[in-house]
Write a protein that binds this ligand. Structure first.
Ligand code: R1P
Length: 325
């Protein structure tokens, strides 16, 4: 694969500080949780409070934020000198409810860079409004994060994709947005970003090109693609007719996450790198084969199988960013 261009294809009000990430409220329980009204965003001050809690508790101001996809939690296990925060102990943080999403925030270093990783993301189908699903991205921003690495497990719609391949995202189709749902719905706080953010060039081309170069040195370039991801609401996997329609729209891989995180990250001007691990092939023709049915067990098994490769890709890209910092 050649170079990519888009034309080609602190102190907290809640909880004690012990630096272990095990902060709790005064009586040892989770501090009161803020509940957003409707789909509206968390107030800036609430996000600031969470960020302060993490920065003070870890003693680290991270530069790179990583969101681990389903079964890809090991991306956080490679972080050195980790400070671990269980989501349930972080004030105003949602909890993870999906298998393969442990529900921990890991802060530490990777290849010499300060990083924070979400071992568990929030999905719309869990019952969380999109603003809540992507709230941690704003926490990352106020912690100091400049680069978002978003990873996911996805079904491959492009017939050239095989199970286990990696698709570097260079664009997305926001199906939830088509239906009138956005993480940026509600009043806009200009301290995060503008009312009407542009999304062309959302996926950083330099980082895509660096990842392609890295894939060559890893000898995996033939199983690395650059493509378009789409997020549906889930939790159902798609029908054949839906998959056909997505393919006609130019979608290469489909999942139930990431897009709202990327929108939130771009709104607050973070550089975004994202990839999908293709965990299953999506059927776009009718057949009686049971194999055509996606399953979360299969998704988890493939992710486990490919976690080492994904970890290497991520750490090498972090090293590249750190080199040029
Ligand atoms: O996008 P991530 O969190 O990797 O997970 C993907 O895997 C799950 C379905 O198997 C869905 O949550 C889908 O979005």
């Amino acid at each position: 694969m050649t170079g990519y261009s888009s034309k080609t294809d602190v102190a907290t009000a809640n909880g004690k500080q012990n630096g272990s990430g095990n902060q709790t409220g005064e009586n040892g329980t989770k501090p009161t949780e803020f509940t957003p009204q409707g789909n509206h965003a968390y107030p800036y001050e609430v996000i600031q409070e969470i960020a302060d809690f993490i920065v003070k508790g870890s003693g680290i101001r991270p530069k790179i934020g990583i969101i681990c996809g389903s079964g890809l939690g090991s991306l956080a296990d490679i972080i050195q000198n980790p400070k671990v925060f269980d989501y349930e102990k972080i004030p105003n943080f949602p909890v993870s409810t999906v298998e393969g999403h442990a529900g921990r925030l890991v802060v530490g270093t990777l290849e010499g860079a300060n990083v924070m990783a979400m071992q568990g993301r929030f999905h719309f189908y869990e019952g969380y409004p999109l603003a809540k699903c992507s709230m941690p991205v704003r926490v990352m921003k106020l912690c100091g994060v400049e680069y978002l690495f978003a990873t996911n497990a996805a079904g491959g719609i492009n017939p050239k994709y095989a199970v286990g391949d990696i698709m570097l995202m260079h664009d997305h189709v926001n199906m939830l947005g088509f239906a009138g749902n956005s993480p940026l719905q509600g009043p806009n706080d200009p301290r995060f970003g503008p009312r009407f953010p542009a999304l062309v060039n959302s996926y950083n081309k330099d980082l895509i090109n660096k990842a392609i170069e890295i894939s060559k040195t890893m000898g995996i370039e033939s199983s690395v693609h650059v493509g378009v991801y789409s997020c549906l609401g889930g939790p159902t996997y798609e029908t054949i007719a839906e998959l056909k329609a997505l393919r006609m729209m130019g979608v290469d891989a489909v999942g139930m996450s990431t897009v709202h995180e990327v929108i939130t990250a771009r709104h607050c001007d973070m550089k975004v790198f994202a990839f999908s691990l293709i965990t299953n092939k999506c059927a776009t023709e009718y057949s009686d084969k049971k194999d055509d049915e996606a399953s979360h067990d299969e998704v988890m098994a493939v992710a486990k199988n490919r976690q080492k490769t994904c970890c290497e890709l991520v750490s090498r890209l972090v090293a590249e960013i750190q080199k040029t910092a």
